[in-house]
Write a protein that binds this ligand. Structure first.
Ligand code: NAD
Ligand code: ZN
Length: 375
């Protein structure tokens, strides 16, 4: 290496890579009503040969619907229907990978996730684990994945989580609920067709949509906020307010919420979520409460941290007459309550974003318990 190059390299402070994170983005995206019909052409260019299948992981809510018939399944492709009743688990990922490896001699040409955050996360994790050894649980954390994943595509059918843009796949493992956060997690291709979200029930639309709203509130009120996150967060918040507070036509509302989800995901990519997400992780770990509803259950009691956000949230709840369940934490044992607070407090970056470096002096296990007891 010539001396100038060596000097130039020496000048780069090692801390820079920690301070300025170099994130991957989804390199290709198709948008628009009816764009699902372009999937066949998109995949054709990615097929290695006829023995290397495309594997479609599809939410089983679509069983016997016309969507299944529109999936461009050819050669030895396989459609696997999966329930989204429970959030994805590392052992479920391991089982899927084993099944694919046993059935096909060749590595698949690609994995395509069709569904909500649950199916999108499963598709990301399976794509990673087909090229990385061992159990998915070994990769829960930050940047533990060594080898590039196989080609994977995300097709959301419900809007809000931002899983379509994020570099994580949230999994419930044997001892923790944590994402596989890596540069190889992000989708290679996303297809955003707002028509696919037509069948979502009102409650689920609200809960998953509120996940997006809460991403914005937590990102915009966090100490990690910067112009990058703010620009996406503000746009997403504006869209959420239109969708959940104004009377807009249904098809327009579907389009706007899909874009709100995308922008919300982009916003937290370069900042972080906050109190509601940390506490919702605790609820999810101990009681299996799902992400969207869990966030809502917690967020309603967070006026101390997000006063304006909670006020608007209550208006949204009222407008859509959504009744949140009560007494969810009523019968918890002391041990369960302790686990819940420990899991929540373990989400350190989320607390630091929400409350600053001194967060430990503001939030205590007792305080968290008081909030959980209200839920
Ligand atoms: P989901 O995938 O859990 O689905 C919720 C329900 O909606 C299910 O019953 C599903 O069958 C149904 N559904 C989905 N699309 C439908 C349609 N078009 N018609 C009728 N029903 C439909 O929902 P979600 O809220 O999108 O995802 C939650 C998951 O996402 C959690 O596991 C959470 O951990 C994860 N998540 C991931 C990220 C990330 O960045 N990777 C971010 C936030 C949340
Ligand atoms: Zn979320």
């Amino acid at each position: 290496m010539d001396v100038n190059k060596q000097m130039a390299l020496k000048k780069i402070p090692t801390k820079a890579s920690e301070e300025f994170r170099n994130f991957p983005m989804v390199p290709r995206v198709v948008y628009g009503k009816g764009s699902f019909n372009t999937l066949g052409d998109i995949l054709m260019t990615k097929r290695k040969h006829s023995e290397a299948p495309m594997i479609y992981l599809v939410d089983d809510v679509f069983e016997n619907t016309e969507l299944i018939g529109r999936i461009p399944s050819i050669f030895c492709d396989q459609i696997i229907l999966i329930s989204a009743e429970e959030e994805p688990k590392t052992e479920q990922v391991d089982a899927l990978v084993k099944m694919i490896q046993e059935k096909f001699t060749e590595l698949p040409s690609g994995i395509i996730g069709i569904g909500g955050g649950t199916l999108l996360d499963l598709a990301k994790a399976v794509a990673i684990m087909l090229t990385n050894k061992g159990s998915a649980s070994a990769y829960q954390g930050w940047d533990l994945v060594n080898k590039p994943s196989i080609y994977h595509v995300g097709i959301p059918t419900i809007s809000g989580t931002g899983a379509e843009v994020s570099r994580t796949t949230v999994l419930l493992g044997p001892d923790k609920k944590l994402g596989i956060n890596s540069d190889y997690t992000t989708f290679d291709q996303v297809l955003l067709d707002p028509d696919l979200t037509k069948g979502v029930s009102k409650e689920q639309w609200f809960y998953t949509g509120m996940d997006c709203y809460i991403h914005c509130v937590e990102s915009l009120n966090g100490t990690f906020l910067n112009a990058f996150s703010q620009s996406y967060g503000e746009k997403s918040l504006e869209l959420c307010k239109e969708v959940f507070l104004e009377d807009i036509e249904e098809s327009e509302s579907r389009e706007k919420l899909m874009m709100a989800s995308w922008h919300g995901g982009m916003s937290i990519a370069y900042s972080q979520v906050g109190v509601a997400h940390a506490m919702s992780y605790g609820l999810g770990y101990v009681l299996g409460v799902k992400h969207g509803i869990g966030n809502c259950l917690v967020f309603q009691y967070l006026e101390e941290f997000y006063s304006e956000g909670v006020e608007i949230f209550n208006k949204m709840l009222q407008k859509h007459q959504v009744k949140l369940p009560k007494g969810v934490c009523a019968n918890l044992s002391d041990e369960e309550m302790n686990t819940m607070t420990t899991v929540a407090l373990g989400m350190e970056p989320l607390w630091e974003n929400a409350l600053g470096k001194q967060w430990k002096s503001i939030i205590t296990p007792e305080k968290l318990k008081t909030i959980y007891q209200k839920i």
